[in-house]
Ligand binder design. Structure first.
Ligand SMILES: *Cc1c(COP(=O)(O)O)cnc(C)c1O
Length: 396
Protein backbone atom coordinates (compact mmCIF):
# COMPACT_ATOMS: atom_id res chain seq x y z
CA UNK A 1 0.00 0.00 0.00
CA UNK A 2 1.39 3.39 -0.97
CA UNK A 3 0.54 6.08 1.55
CA UNK A 4 2.03 8.99 -0.38
CA UNK A 5 3.19 9.64 -3.91
CA UNK A 6 4.98 12.91 -3.53
CA UNK A 7 8.75 12.70 -3.38
CA UNK A 8 8.78 15.64 -0.94
CA UNK A 9 8.59 14.40 2.64
CA UNK A 10 9.83 15.14 6.13
CA UNK A 11 11.64 12.25 7.73
CA UNK A 12 11.27 12.23 11.49
CA UNK A 13 13.87 10.25 13.40
CA UNK A 14 12.28 8.69 16.47
CA UNK A 15 15.76 7.62 17.59
CA UNK A 16 16.91 11.24 17.62
CA UNK A 17 13.78 12.22 19.52
CA UNK A 18 14.43 9.55 22.14
CA UNK A 19 18.04 10.55 22.48
CA UNK A 20 17.14 14.23 22.97
CA UNK A 21 14.51 13.41 25.59
CA UNK A 22 17.01 11.21 27.42
CA UNK A 23 19.57 14.03 27.30
CA UNK A 24 17.15 16.45 28.98
CA UNK A 25 16.05 13.79 31.47
CA UNK A 26 19.69 13.35 32.42
CA UNK A 27 20.22 17.03 33.23
CA UNK A 28 16.83 17.75 34.84
CA UNK A 29 16.85 17.75 38.63
CA UNK A 30 16.01 14.28 39.91
CA UNK A 31 12.46 14.89 41.07
CA UNK A 32 11.53 17.20 38.22
CA UNK A 33 8.86 16.21 35.71
CA UNK A 34 9.37 16.58 31.98
CA UNK A 35 6.80 18.36 29.81
CA UNK A 36 7.08 18.14 26.04
CA UNK A 37 5.82 21.20 24.16
CA UNK A 38 3.86 19.84 21.18
CA UNK A 39 2.09 23.01 20.10
CA UNK A 40 1.96 23.88 16.40
CA UNK A 41 1.75 20.21 15.42
CA UNK A 42 4.82 19.47 17.55
CA UNK A 43 6.82 22.26 15.88
CA UNK A 44 5.86 20.74 12.54
CA UNK A 45 6.92 17.20 13.45
CA UNK A 46 3.41 15.74 13.91
CA UNK A 47 1.83 16.12 17.33
CA UNK A 48 0.10 12.76 17.77
CA UNK A 49 3.11 10.69 16.72
CA UNK A 50 5.54 12.79 18.78
CA UNK A 51 3.33 12.50 21.88
CA UNK A 52 3.08 8.71 21.49
CA UNK A 53 6.85 8.34 21.23
CA UNK A 54 7.62 10.83 23.98
CA UNK A 55 5.11 9.16 26.28
CA UNK A 56 6.88 5.85 25.71
CA UNK A 57 10.13 7.64 26.70
CA UNK A 58 8.61 8.62 30.02
CA UNK A 59 7.65 12.23 29.33
CA UNK A 60 5.11 13.16 32.02
CA UNK A 61 3.14 16.01 30.54
CA UNK A 62 2.35 17.63 27.19
CA UNK A 63 1.91 21.31 26.43
CA UNK A 64 -0.03 22.96 23.62
CA UNK A 65 -0.86 26.57 22.85
CA UNK A 66 -4.62 26.36 22.33
CA UNK A 67 -7.50 24.25 23.51
CA UNK A 68 -8.24 23.06 19.98
CA UNK A 69 -4.77 21.48 19.82
CA UNK A 70 -5.45 19.68 23.09
CA UNK A 71 -8.84 18.43 21.89
CA UNK A 72 -7.18 17.12 18.73
CA UNK A 73 -4.76 15.09 20.85
CA UNK A 74 -7.56 13.68 23.03
CA UNK A 75 -9.66 12.79 19.98
CA UNK A 76 -6.61 10.99 18.62
CA UNK A 77 -6.55 8.79 21.69
CA UNK A 78 -3.89 10.54 23.78
CA UNK A 79 -4.69 10.09 27.48
CA UNK A 80 -1.51 11.63 28.98
CA UNK A 81 -1.76 14.88 30.95
CA UNK A 82 -2.07 17.95 28.71
CA UNK A 83 -1.69 21.64 29.62
CA UNK A 84 -2.91 24.48 27.43
CA UNK A 85 -0.32 27.28 27.81
CA UNK A 86 -2.44 29.97 26.23
CA UNK A 87 -5.83 31.64 26.65
CA UNK A 88 -8.90 29.43 26.81
CA UNK A 89 -12.24 31.25 26.52
CA UNK A 90 -15.06 30.58 28.97
CA UNK A 91 -16.91 28.50 26.36
CA UNK A 92 -14.01 26.04 26.35
CA UNK A 93 -13.94 25.32 30.08
CA UNK A 94 -16.61 22.60 29.97
CA UNK A 95 -14.90 20.52 27.33
CA UNK A 96 -11.47 21.08 28.91
CA UNK A 97 -12.83 19.60 32.14
CA UNK A 98 -14.64 16.80 30.36
CA UNK A 99 -11.49 15.79 28.45
CA UNK A 100 -9.23 16.25 31.48
CA UNK A 101 -7.23 19.04 29.85
CA UNK A 102 -5.48 21.43 32.25
CA UNK A 103 -5.56 25.10 31.29
CA UNK A 104 -3.50 28.16 32.10
CA UNK A 105 -5.53 30.56 34.24
CA UNK A 106 -4.76 34.26 34.57
CA UNK A 107 -8.00 36.16 34.00
CA UNK A 108 -10.68 37.11 36.51
CA UNK A 109 -13.56 36.54 34.10
CA UNK A 110 -12.36 33.04 33.29
CA UNK A 111 -12.01 32.20 36.99
CA UNK A 112 -15.55 33.51 37.49
CA UNK A 113 -16.77 31.39 34.57
CA UNK A 114 -15.04 28.34 36.06
CA UNK A 115 -16.85 28.97 39.34
CA UNK A 116 -20.17 28.97 37.45
CA UNK A 117 -19.64 25.59 35.77
CA UNK A 118 -22.29 22.98 36.50
CA UNK A 119 -21.10 20.57 39.19
CA UNK A 120 -19.32 17.60 37.70
CA UNK A 121 -17.64 14.46 38.99
CA UNK A 122 -14.22 15.82 38.04
CA UNK A 123 -12.61 19.18 38.65
CA UNK A 124 -11.28 21.66 36.09
CA UNK A 125 -7.48 21.52 36.36
CA UNK A 126 -5.73 24.86 36.17
CA UNK A 127 -2.16 26.11 36.27
CA UNK A 128 -2.02 29.71 37.45
CA UNK A 129 0.13 31.73 35.08
CA UNK A 130 2.29 34.49 36.49
CA UNK A 131 4.33 37.04 34.57
CA UNK A 132 7.80 37.41 36.06
CA UNK A 133 9.22 39.38 33.14
CA UNK A 134 8.03 37.85 29.89
CA UNK A 135 5.35 40.52 29.59
CA UNK A 136 2.94 38.25 27.74
CA UNK A 137 0.36 36.23 29.68
CA UNK A 138 0.01 36.00 33.42
CA UNK A 139 -0.42 38.16 36.49
CA UNK A 140 2.53 40.36 37.43
CA UNK A 141 3.73 40.62 41.04
CA UNK A 142 1.96 43.99 41.21
CA UNK A 143 -1.38 42.60 40.16
CA UNK A 144 -3.34 40.88 42.88
CA UNK A 145 -2.00 37.44 42.03
CA UNK A 146 -2.14 36.46 45.71
CA UNK A 147 -5.85 37.02 46.01
CA UNK A 148 -6.43 35.53 42.55
CA UNK A 149 -4.58 32.39 43.55
CA UNK A 150 -6.34 32.21 46.89
CA UNK A 151 -9.76 32.50 45.23
CA UNK A 152 -8.81 29.87 42.64
CA UNK A 153 -7.70 27.55 45.43
CA UNK A 154 -11.06 28.01 47.14
CA UNK A 155 -13.25 27.69 44.06
CA UNK A 156 -15.19 24.43 44.21
CA UNK A 157 -14.75 22.40 41.05
CA UNK A 158 -11.40 24.04 40.29
CA UNK A 159 -8.20 22.20 41.07
CA UNK A 160 -5.06 24.32 41.13
CA UNK A 161 -2.56 21.76 39.91
CA UNK A 162 0.16 24.16 38.91
CA UNK A 163 1.76 27.59 39.13
CA UNK A 164 4.04 28.61 36.29
CA UNK A 165 5.97 31.32 34.54
CA UNK A 166 7.94 31.63 31.32
CA UNK A 167 11.45 32.98 30.67
CA UNK A 168 12.09 35.54 27.95
CA UNK A 169 15.88 35.55 27.81
CA UNK A 170 16.97 32.15 29.09
CA UNK A 171 18.67 31.49 25.73
CA UNK A 172 21.06 34.43 26.11
CA UNK A 173 24.53 34.17 27.55
CA UNK A 174 23.90 36.88 30.09
CA UNK A 175 21.61 35.32 32.69
CA UNK A 176 20.98 38.43 34.80
CA UNK A 177 17.46 38.99 33.51
CA UNK A 178 16.49 35.33 33.86
CA UNK A 179 17.94 35.37 37.36
CA UNK A 180 15.65 38.28 38.19
CA UNK A 181 12.68 36.28 36.84
CA UNK A 182 13.77 33.31 38.93
CA UNK A 183 13.97 35.49 42.03
CA UNK A 184 10.50 36.95 41.50
CA UNK A 185 9.10 33.47 40.95
CA UNK A 186 10.91 32.12 44.02
CA UNK A 187 9.31 34.87 46.12
CA UNK A 188 5.92 33.81 44.85
CA UNK A 189 6.70 30.18 45.60
CA UNK A 190 7.79 31.15 49.09
CA UNK A 191 4.55 33.03 49.67
CA UNK A 192 2.58 29.94 48.59
CA UNK A 193 4.59 27.76 50.96
CA UNK A 194 4.15 30.21 53.84
CA UNK A 195 0.41 30.20 53.40
CA UNK A 196 0.58 26.41 53.59
CA UNK A 197 -0.97 26.03 50.17
CA UNK A 198 -0.12 22.89 48.28
CA UNK A 199 0.35 23.30 44.54
CA UNK A 200 1.71 20.05 43.08
CA UNK A 201 3.61 21.41 40.06
CA UNK A 202 5.48 24.71 40.17
CA UNK A 203 7.33 25.13 36.91
CA UNK A 204 9.39 27.58 34.90
CA UNK A 205 12.02 26.33 32.48
CA UNK A 206 12.13 25.93 28.69
CA UNK A 207 14.77 24.17 26.56
CA UNK A 208 17.28 26.97 27.05
CA UNK A 209 16.98 26.72 30.83
CA UNK A 210 17.21 22.93 30.53
CA UNK A 211 20.52 23.31 28.73
CA UNK A 212 22.13 26.16 30.67
CA UNK A 213 20.41 26.38 34.06
CA UNK A 214 18.32 23.24 34.73
CA UNK A 215 18.27 24.16 38.42
CA UNK A 216 15.93 27.03 37.49
CA UNK A 217 13.27 24.83 35.89
CA UNK A 218 11.38 24.13 39.10
CA UNK A 219 9.26 21.01 39.40
CA UNK A 220 8.76 20.54 35.66
CA UNK A 221 11.09 21.24 32.76
CA UNK A 222 9.14 22.24 29.67
CA UNK A 223 11.12 21.27 26.60
CA UNK A 224 10.25 22.23 23.06
CA UNK A 225 12.86 23.10 20.48
CA UNK A 226 15.62 21.07 22.17
CA UNK A 227 13.52 17.92 22.07
CA UNK A 228 13.39 18.34 18.29
CA UNK A 229 17.18 18.43 18.28
CA UNK A 230 17.61 22.15 17.64
CA UNK A 231 19.32 24.59 19.99
CA UNK A 232 17.25 27.56 21.21
CA UNK A 233 19.96 30.01 20.20
CA UNK A 234 23.64 30.30 19.38
CA UNK A 235 24.39 31.48 22.88
CA UNK A 236 23.36 28.42 24.89
CA UNK A 237 26.17 26.12 25.90
CA UNK A 238 26.06 23.37 23.28
CA UNK A 239 28.66 21.37 25.19
CA UNK A 240 26.15 20.76 27.99
CA UNK A 241 23.75 18.67 25.94
CA UNK A 242 24.30 16.87 22.65
CA UNK A 243 21.17 17.19 20.54
CA UNK A 244 20.34 15.45 17.28
CA UNK A 245 18.04 17.10 14.74
CA UNK A 246 14.85 15.08 14.44
CA UNK A 247 13.58 16.33 11.09
CA UNK A 248 15.12 16.00 7.64
CA UNK A 249 13.29 17.59 4.72
CA UNK A 250 13.83 15.67 1.51
CA UNK A 251 12.71 15.61 -2.05
CA UNK A 252 14.08 14.44 -5.39
CA UNK A 253 14.96 15.81 -8.78
CA UNK A 254 11.87 15.33 -10.95
CA UNK A 255 13.22 16.87 -14.12
CA UNK A 256 16.72 17.39 -15.44
CA UNK A 257 17.17 19.76 -18.31
CA UNK A 258 19.90 21.44 -20.19
CA UNK A 259 18.82 25.05 -20.47
CA UNK A 260 20.22 27.09 -23.35
CA UNK A 261 22.32 30.15 -22.63
CA UNK A 262 20.39 33.29 -21.73
CA UNK A 263 17.39 31.24 -20.52
CA UNK A 264 15.18 32.57 -17.76
CA UNK A 265 14.59 30.22 -14.85
CA UNK A 266 11.30 30.47 -12.92
CA UNK A 267 8.79 33.33 -12.54
CA UNK A 268 10.12 36.72 -13.45
CA UNK A 269 13.23 35.17 -14.99
CA UNK A 270 15.15 36.50 -12.01
CA UNK A 271 17.88 34.03 -12.84
CA UNK A 272 19.12 33.90 -16.41
CA UNK A 273 21.60 31.22 -17.45
CA UNK A 274 24.94 32.79 -18.38
CA UNK A 275 25.71 29.79 -20.55
CA UNK A 276 24.21 26.42 -21.30
CA UNK A 277 23.40 25.15 -17.85
CA UNK A 278 22.06 21.93 -16.33
CA UNK A 279 19.03 22.58 -14.18
CA UNK A 280 17.11 20.29 -11.81
CA UNK A 281 13.46 20.87 -10.92
CA UNK A 282 12.31 19.99 -7.40
CA UNK A 283 8.65 19.41 -6.43
CA UNK A 284 8.76 21.62 -3.34
CA UNK A 285 7.78 25.25 -2.92
CA UNK A 286 6.53 27.92 -0.62
CA UNK A 287 3.17 26.22 -0.10
CA UNK A 288 5.15 23.47 1.63
CA UNK A 289 6.80 25.93 3.96
CA UNK A 290 9.89 26.35 1.78
CA UNK A 291 9.56 30.09 1.85
CA UNK A 292 9.67 32.23 -1.28
CA UNK A 293 11.91 34.53 0.75
CA UNK A 294 14.63 31.88 0.34
CA UNK A 295 14.78 32.74 -3.39
CA UNK A 296 18.29 33.70 -4.39
CA UNK A 297 19.68 32.57 -1.03
CA UNK A 298 19.03 28.90 -0.44
CA UNK A 299 21.16 25.88 -1.13
CA UNK A 300 20.25 22.20 -0.97
CA UNK A 301 22.26 19.00 -0.73
CA UNK A 302 22.62 16.77 -3.77
CA UNK A 303 25.18 13.96 -3.71
CA UNK A 304 26.47 15.51 -0.51
CA UNK A 305 27.36 18.72 -2.38
CA UNK A 306 25.78 22.13 -2.07
CA UNK A 307 23.53 23.07 -4.99
CA UNK A 308 22.13 26.60 -5.34
CA UNK A 309 18.41 27.22 -5.67
CA UNK A 310 18.03 29.31 -8.83
CA UNK A 311 15.49 32.05 -9.34
CA UNK A 312 12.16 32.49 -7.64
CA UNK A 313 10.79 29.69 -5.49
CA UNK A 314 7.30 28.85 -6.81
CA UNK A 315 4.30 27.66 -4.83
CA UNK A 316 4.96 23.99 -5.49
CA UNK A 317 8.35 23.82 -7.17
CA UNK A 318 11.81 25.30 -7.41
CA UNK A 319 14.91 24.86 -9.51
CA UNK A 320 18.52 24.10 -8.65
CA UNK A 321 21.88 24.21 -10.39
CA UNK A 322 23.25 20.73 -11.02
CA UNK A 323 26.84 21.55 -11.93
CA UNK A 324 28.25 21.50 -8.40
CA UNK A 325 26.87 18.03 -7.74
CA UNK A 326 27.92 16.67 -11.12
CA UNK A 327 31.55 17.59 -10.65
CA UNK A 328 32.37 17.11 -14.31
CA UNK A 329 35.97 17.97 -13.36
CA UNK A 330 36.36 14.63 -11.56
CA UNK A 331 34.26 12.67 -14.01
CA UNK A 332 31.08 12.22 -11.94
CA UNK A 333 28.12 10.99 -13.98
CA UNK A 334 25.31 13.38 -14.85
CA UNK A 335 22.55 13.79 -12.29
CA UNK A 336 19.48 11.79 -13.22
CA UNK A 337 15.85 12.18 -12.32
CA UNK A 338 14.98 10.53 -9.04
CA UNK A 339 18.17 11.46 -7.20
CA UNK A 340 17.61 12.51 -3.60
CA UNK A 341 17.81 16.15 -2.55
CA UNK A 342 17.98 17.27 1.08
CA UNK A 343 16.55 20.71 1.85
CA UNK A 344 17.73 20.52 5.45
CA UNK A 345 19.25 17.73 7.46
CA UNK A 346 21.96 15.20 6.66
CA UNK A 347 22.88 13.56 3.43
CA UNK A 348 25.66 11.08 4.01
CA UNK A 349 28.48 12.99 5.65
CA UNK A 350 27.11 16.35 4.51
CA UNK A 351 24.80 18.45 6.61
CA UNK A 352 22.70 21.52 5.96
CA UNK A 353 21.20 22.71 9.20
CA UNK A 354 17.81 24.22 9.98
CA UNK A 355 19.80 27.06 11.59
CA UNK A 356 21.37 27.83 8.25
CA UNK A 357 17.97 28.00 6.54
CA UNK A 358 16.76 30.21 9.38
CA UNK A 359 19.70 32.54 8.86
CA UNK A 360 18.95 32.88 5.13
CA UNK A 361 15.42 33.83 6.09
CA UNK A 362 16.39 36.18 8.90
CA UNK A 363 14.45 34.13 11.42
CA UNK A 364 15.00 31.37 13.99
CA UNK A 365 15.03 27.59 13.59
CA UNK A 366 11.67 27.36 15.44
CA UNK A 367 9.90 29.11 12.58
CA UNK A 368 11.51 27.01 9.86
CA UNK A 369 10.18 23.71 11.22
CA UNK A 370 6.82 25.20 12.26
CA UNK A 371 6.30 26.47 8.70
CA UNK A 372 6.34 22.98 7.23
CA UNK A 373 2.92 22.62 5.66
CA UNK A 374 0.34 19.96 6.44
CA UNK A 375 0.50 18.67 2.88
CA UNK A 376 4.05 17.38 3.33
CA UNK A 377 3.91 13.72 4.41
CA UNK A 378 5.78 12.89 7.62
CA UNK A 379 7.69 9.62 7.59
CA UNK A 380 8.58 8.28 11.04
CA UNK A 381 11.77 6.27 11.17
CA UNK A 382 13.16 3.93 13.78
CA UNK A 383 16.63 2.99 12.64
CA UNK A 384 16.15 2.68 8.91
CA UNK A 385 12.68 1.17 9.28
CA UNK A 386 9.55 3.13 8.55
CA UNK A 387 7.56 3.11 11.78
CA UNK A 388 4.66 5.19 10.46
CA UNK A 389 3.54 7.66 7.84
CA UNK A 390 1.11 10.54 8.10
CA UNK A 391 -0.31 12.16 5.03
CA UNK A 392 -3.23 14.44 5.77
CA UNK A 393 -4.20 14.59 2.13
CA UNK A 394 -5.21 11.00 1.83
CA UNK A 395 -5.62 7.83 3.73
CA UNK A 396 -4.98 5.73 0.67
C1 LIG B 1 6.75 26.79 23.76
C2 LIG B 1 6.87 26.86 25.19
C3 LIG B 1 7.89 26.16 25.87
C4 LIG B 1 9.00 25.46 25.14
O1 LIG B 1 9.93 26.40 24.68
P1 LIG B 1 11.27 25.96 23.91
O2 LIG B 1 12.05 27.21 23.81
O3 LIG B 1 10.81 25.47 22.57
O4 LIG B 1 11.88 24.92 24.72
C5 LIG B 1 7.87 26.17 27.24
N1 LIG B 1 6.92 26.85 27.92
C6 LIG B 1 5.94 27.54 27.30
C7 LIG B 1 4.94 28.28 28.11
C8 LIG B 1 5.88 27.59 25.94
O5 LIG B 1 4.92 28.29 25.32
Amino acid sequence: MVSYYRPTRAEISLDALRSNIAAFRAVAPGSSRLLAAVKANAYGHGAVEIVREAEACGVDYFGVAFLDEAIHLRRSGITAPILVFGYVPAEGLGIARELNIAIALFREDILAAAAMLQPHSSALKVHIKVDTGMGRLGLTPEQNWRSFLERALHTPGVEVEGLFTHFSKADERDKAYTERQVRIFADMEEYVAKRGWHIPIIHAGNSAAGIDTPEWAGGMLRIGIGMYGLYPSEEVNRQRIALQPVMTLKTEVVMVKEAPANWGISYGARYVTPDRERIGTLPVGYADGYSRMLSGKAEVLLRGQRAAVLGTICMDQCMIALAAAERADIGMPAVTEGEEVVLFGRQGAACLTVDEVAKWLGTINYEVVCMLAARVPRIYLRGNEVAGVTNYLAEF
